[in-house]
Design a protein around this ligand. Structure first.
Ligand code: NAD
Ligand code: TYD
Length: 340
């Protein structure tokens, strides 16, 4: 029987990853370890087989809790757990340092103590900062590390601890750097679900700055399948960029959502720009495509349509995750911007 220890598996990408992994391996047991912060939700795990997927509520900064939950000789640790929203990191970076940096270091120690076979760190293209505004500029695995937001800085620091654990203790590690994910169960603080949700309610769509910033979008299932490829075939100590060759300006994304829903573009509300807003992300995925034989399967039009349909059919899910803490964040962060 294969065993995985997955952190952050009640979040957007982690909850898709556990589904993809359980489908990929018949003889797999997953311990899904998640603190259930505002972004984690047990609803995201509904329908999973309890015999093969064991959920444990816990914080990756709590070493004893991690050791208690991590099986001896676990085949792999997949670290998805993170504070993940750039705007929140601009308001307060402390939680980002704690979970993303200290939490990763604690997990590395636990993986070593439990003799884990491989440690897979889920990182982001944002550690490489911003690209110049040219269509032929791309991130490769050799791009310099140059994070610009506190979120990106914490993810970059985490990568350095992963590297150090390999060099110092010989842990088998791989790092993946993916672009912007979209798909089912993404928390509505992020661009695509926020815009879908506001459009459905005929509320303003807050577009930062001139709306021409570029993000490279990938459907979440493609990202999760790529992570499994890297786990299986990636070379120890290496980093793999993951992307679907789909860089788009924010205004194109938002317009596409409105067109799909048959809503007027007058709902778009330009608001003050994000501080330190990275201009362009675009990934060159040549390495994972040629060395590991992985390629994204879901095109943008298909992925966006499926995503919008999911949110339209799951308004209860949106309503439940938007209640409580998120409501306060939205008021605090957006009300004065939209009113201006
Ligand atoms: P998310 O915010 O939806 O989920 C994060 C999950 O981690 C939540 O379930 C939360 O409860 C859990 N968590 C937070 N702090 C924890 C702690 N201290 N201990 C245990 N669990 C904790 O994030 P996501 O979008 O699913 O991102 C998952 C990972 O992928 C992150 O590491 C992120 O940096 C990385 N990533 C995300 C994207 C993207 O577009 N969303 C792109 C590239 C990489
Ligand atoms: P986001 O989903 O927060 O992801 P990231 O900052 O990690 O790339 O934002 C994606 C893009 O959308 C980014 O350029 C910022 C922009 N954006 C807006 O214009 N308005 C918003 O309300 C949000 C949340 C993001």
């Amino acid at each position: 029987m294969k065993s995985f220890f997955v952190t952050g598996g009640a979040g957007f990408i982690g909850s898709e990853f556990v589904r993809v992994a359980l489908k990929s391996y018949e003889n797999l047991k997953i311990v899904d370890f998640d603190a259930l912060t505002y972004a984690g939700n047990l609803e995201n795990l509904r329908g999973l087989d309890d015999a093969r997927h064991i959920f444990v509520k816990g914080d990756i900064c709590d070493k004893q809790a991690v050791l208690d939950a991590m099986p001896e000789g676990v085949d792999a640790v997949f670290n998805f757990a993170a504070e993940s929203h750039v705007d929140r990191s601009i308001e307060s970076a402390n939680e980002f340092v704690e979970t993303n940096v200290l939490g990763t270091q604690i997990l590395l120690d636990c993986a070593r103590e439990r003799g884990a076979g491989r440690f897979v760190q889920i990182s982001t293209d944002e550690v490489m900062g911003t690209l110049p505004e040219r269509d032929d500029a791309f991130f490769t695995e050799d791009s310099p590390i140059a994070p610009n937001s506190p979120y990106a800085a914490s993810k970059a620091a985490a990568e350095q601890f992963v590297r150090a654990a390999r060099e110092t203790f010989g842990i088998d590690t791989v790092v993946t750097r993916c672009g912007n994910n979209y798909g089912f169960r993404q928390f509505p603080e992020k661009l695509i679900p926020l815009m879908i949700s506001n459009a459905l309610n005929d509320e303003p769509l807050p577009l930062y700055g001139d709306g021409r910033n570029v993000r490279d979008w990938i459907f979440v299932t493609d990202h999760c399948e790529a992570i499994l490829e890297v786990y299986e075939k990636g070379s120890s100590g290496e980093t793999y960029n993951i992307g679907a060759r789909n860089p788009l300006r924010n205004i194109e994304v938002v317009s596409g959502i409105l067109d799909h829903l048959g809503k007027p573009h007058s709902l778009i509300k330009p608001v003050e720009d994000r501080l330190g807003h990275d201009r362009r992300y675009a990934i060159d995925p040549t390495r994972i495509e040629t060395e590991l034989g992985w390629k994204a399967r879901i095109g943008w039009e298909e992925g966006l349509a499926k995503t919008i349909e999911w949110y339209v059919s799951n308004e209860d899910w949106i309503a439940s995750v938007k209640s409580g803490e998120y409501q306060e964040f939205y008021e605090r962060y957006y009300s004065h911007r939209i009113a201006q």
